[in-house]
Design a protein. Structure first.
Lengths: 301, 291
C-alpha cells in the first residue's frame, strides 16, 4: 500500500518535472529570441530605412516595411547627386580605404609572420623579453602616441595621405600579428626545423618550405583581424587624414554630420551599410576565424 | 662576412619590428610624457614646466565631467555586458537548436565599426522620428524617450549602444570557457542530485574566474579608449555632457591646440590602462610559465 502510494507520487513528480522542463525550454527559447531581436533590430532598421523615401520615413515608424525596393538613397550614398560643391558621397573614400587596407594588412601580416617565426624557431637569449616588448604595443591607448605621430607624418611629408595611414596601421598592427603567429608557431614541433637545418636548409628556406605551407589557418585569422581593425578604424583616420584622402569611416561620419539642409536618414543609413558591408561579409563567411582572432587579440589599443 | 650574416639573420629579420615598435610605441609615449611636463601650446616647447598641465587638467570642469562619465559608463558597460554575456552563454549551452545562427546574430556587431553602429543608434534614438515616434504612433501618446538630447541622460544612450556592440563578445568568451569544462564534472554533480542551477552557480561559474578576469580587462580597456562611438552618437553633447577622456584628448590637441594639456590627459589615460593591464599581463605570464 505504502509502496504504491510512493510510486504514484514519484510519477506525479516526474510528470511535474516534465512540465517544468518543457516550460523552462520554452522560456529559454523565448529569452534567446528576445535578445536576438535586440541585436538584429538596428540592422533591420538600417536596411528598411535605407529603402524608404523621406516621405515614407515621416509617415511610418522605424519598423514599418518600405513600399518598394527604392534604391535611390543607395545610389546617392555611393555616387552622389551629381552637382558640384557640397556633394559628398562614399565612392572615392571606399577606394581610399581599399588602398589603405590592402598594403597595411599585407605588410603587418608578413612582418608578424617573420617575427613569430624567429621568436619560436630561432630562439636567442632574451627572446622572451623581446616578445614582451612587442606585446606591450597591443595595450597602449593610442591617445598616448597621437601627437608625436601627427608630427612625424608631417616631417615625413605623408600627413593627410593614404600612405601615411598605411604606415600607421602597419606599425600598430605588428604587436597583434606577432602575437598571433608566435602563439601558432609555438605549437609546431621544433624537431621539424632542426632536422631541416641539419639537412642544410637555411633560414628562409625553412620558413617557406616548412612553416608557410601549414600556416593557412593563422594567416586567415590574422588577415581577417587586421582587415576588420583597419577598415573600421576611425581614430587614426580622422586624426591623420581628412578631406580627399580620408578613409570611409571618416567620410561616413562627415556625411552624417554635415547634411546642411534637411536630414536624409535614408541616405545616412545606406551610407552606414556601405561602410559596414565589407567587414560584415567577411564575418558571415569566415565567422570561425573572426572569433578566433577576437578571443586572442581582443585587448586592443 | 657571409658567415656573420647567416648567423645573425634571425636577429636582422627581427630588427625592423623591434625598431618600429621601439620608436613608434616607446619613443612616442616617452615624448608624450615629456611634453606633458612642458607648457606647449600649438607647437611643442621643450623647456620643462613641472606638473602645471596636470594641475590645469584636474581643475578643468570638462575633464572632471569626462572622468565622471567614464566611471558611469565603465560601471554600467561592465555590468550589463557581463550579465547579458553570461546569460546568453549559459542558455546557448543547453543544446539549443540553431545555435550557430543565434551566435552569429549575437556577435555580428563586433564586426562593424562604432561609426556605423553609432550612426544607426543615433537614428533609432532620435526623438522626432525614432523609437519615441514609433511608440507614439502605436498609441502610447505620452511615451517619451529623448535621452539622446537630454544632458542628464545622454550618457546612457552610449551605454545602450556600447553594450549592444560588446555583449556578444563576452558571450563568446564565456561559451568557449563553458565548453572547455570536462563533461564528467557536470555529470558527477548531477548524479549527486545537484540541479542545473546549482551546477552553474556553484560549480561552473566559479570555474570561470579567468574568463571573468579577461572580460573585465577587455571591457575596461574598451571603455577607457571609447572614442568613435561618442563621436558618432553625440559628439560629446548635448553641451559637453557626454565628453569622455579620449574625446577630451583629441579635442584639446587638435581643436584647442593645447598640446601640453592634451599630452597630460593622454598620460592619465595611459596610466589608467596600465593599472588594469599590468596585473593582467603579470598573471597571464605566470600562468604560462606554470604550464
Amino acid at each position: 500500500m505504502q509502496d504504491s502510494f510512493k510510486s504514484s507520487s514519484y510519477q506525479q513528480l516526474e510528470q511535474k518535472s516534465k512540465y517544468t522542463n518543457m516550460f523552462l525550454r520554452w522560456f529559454l527559447y523565448f529569452i534567446l529570441i528576445l535578445f536576438a531581436s535586440y541585436f538584429i533590430f538596428p540592422l533591420y532598421v538600417m536596411v528598411v530605412t535605407s529603402l524608404k523615401t523621406m516621405e515614407e520615413i515621416r509617415q511610418g515608424t522605424l519598423l514599418s516595411w518600405p513600399s518598394g525596393l527604392n534604391l535611390e538613397s543607395w545610389a546617392v550614398a555611393w555616387g552622389g547627386r551629381g552637382y558640384g560643391a557640397g556633394d559628398t558621397f562614399l565612392r572615392p573614400y571606399f577606394w581610399n580605404s581599399i588602398k589603405m587596407v590592402v598594403p597595411a594588412v599585407f605588410f603587418s601580416t608578413f612582418i608578424g609572420a617573420m617575427t613569430g617565426y624567429v621568436l619560436t624557431k630561432w630562439r636567442f637569449k632574451g627572446d622572451q623579453w623581446v616578445f614582451l616588448f612587442l606585446l606591450f604595443g597591443c595595450f597602449i591607448p593610442f591617445q598616448a602616441i597621437l601627437l608625436p605621430m601627427a608630427r612625424t607624418l608631417g616631417v615625413l611629408g605623408i600627413s593627410n595621405s593614404v600612405i601615411g595611414l598605411v604606415l600607421v596601421h602597419t606599425v600598430y598592427g605588428i604587436p597583434f600579428t606577432t602575437l598571433f603567429f608566435r602563439n601558432y608557431y609555438i605549437s609546431v614541433p621544433t624537431e621539424l626545423v632542426k632536422a631541416a637545418r641539419i639537412d642544410g636548409a637555411g633560414f628562409f628556406k625553412i620558413f617557406f618550405k616548412i612553416l608557410l605551407p601549414i600556416s593557412a589557418p593563422i594567416i586567415v585569422v590574422t588577415v581577417i583581424w587586421q582587415f576588420t581593425q583597419i577598415w573600421n578604424d576611425f581614430l587614426f583616420g580622422s586624426t591623420f587624414s581628412f578631406g580627399e584622402a580620408a578613409p570611409i569611416q571618416v567620410a561616413l561620419n562627415n556625411m552624417v554630420l554635415s547634411s546642411t539642409s534637411v536630414k536624409e536618414y535614408n541616405v545616412d543609413m545606406a551610407s552606414a551599410i556601405i561602410a559596414g558591408i565589407p567587414t560584415l561579409i567577411v564575418y558571415v563567411l569566415a565567422g570561425k576565424y573572426f572569433i578566433r582572432g577576437l578571443t586572442s587579440g581582443a585587448v586592443k589599443g | 662576412m657571409f658567415k656573420w650574416l647567416e648567423k645573425n639573420l634571425p636577429k636582422i629579420v627581427m630588427a625592423p619590428a623591434v625598431g618600429l615598435i621601439g620608436w613608434f610605441v616607446y619613443g612616442f609615449v616617452l615624448w608624450t610624457l615629456y611634453i606633458s611636463f612642458t607648457n606647449s601650446k600649438i607647437l611643442p616647447k621643450y623647456e620643462l614646466w613641472g606638473f602645471g598641465q596636470y594641475e590645469k587638467l584636474w581643475a578643468s570642469r570638462k575633464w572632471l565631467i569626462a572622468v565622471d562619465n567614464l566611471l558611469i559608463f565603465t560601471a554600467l558597460f561592465l555590468i550589463f555586458c557581463v550579465v547579458i554575456g553570461i546569460i546568453l552563454a549559459i542558455f546557448l549551452d543547453q543544446k539549443i537548436r540553431a545555435e550557430g545562427l543565434l551566435r552569429t546574430i549575437y556577435l555580428y556587431p563586433m564586426a562593424l565599426s562604432f561609426i556605423v553602429t553609432g550612426t544607426a543608434w543615433k537614428w533609432i534614438l532620435n526623438p522626432t522620428l525614432g523609437i519615441q515616434k514609433m511608440f507614439r504612433d502605436w498609441g502610447f501618446e505620452n511615451f517619451t524617450f529623448d535621452w539622446l538630447v537630454d544632458r542628464e541622460m545622454a550618457i546612457y544612450t552610449i551605454v545602450i549602444a556600447g553594450v549592444w556592440q560588446s555583449a556578444g563578445f563576452v558571450m563568446a568568451l564565456f561559451l568557449a570557457g563553458l565548453r572547455s569544462v570536462e563533461d564528467e564534472i557536470v555529470k558527477a554533480a548531477k548524479i549527486d542530485g545537484a540541479s542545473l542551477f546549482t551546477v552553474y552557480w556553484k560549480i561552473l561559474l566559479p570555474m570561470m574566474r579567468p574568463v571573468f578576469f579577461t572580460s573585465f580587462v577587455i571591457l575596461v580597456h574598451i571603455s577607457i579608449k571609447s572614442y568613435d562611438l561618442i563621436v558618432a552618437l553625440t559628439q560629446g553633447g548635448p553641451g559637453i555632457s557626454t565628453t569622455m577622456p579620449a574625446l577630451y584628448m583629441t579635442q584639446t590637441a587638435f581643436h584647442k591646440s593645447q598640446v601640453g594639456l592634451s599630452a597630460a590627459s593622454a598620460m592619465m589615460m595611459f596610466m589608467a590602462v596600465a593599472a588594469v593591464i599590468i596585473p593582467y599581463l603579470y598573471s597571464e605570464l605566470r600562468r604560462e610559465n606554470a604550464r
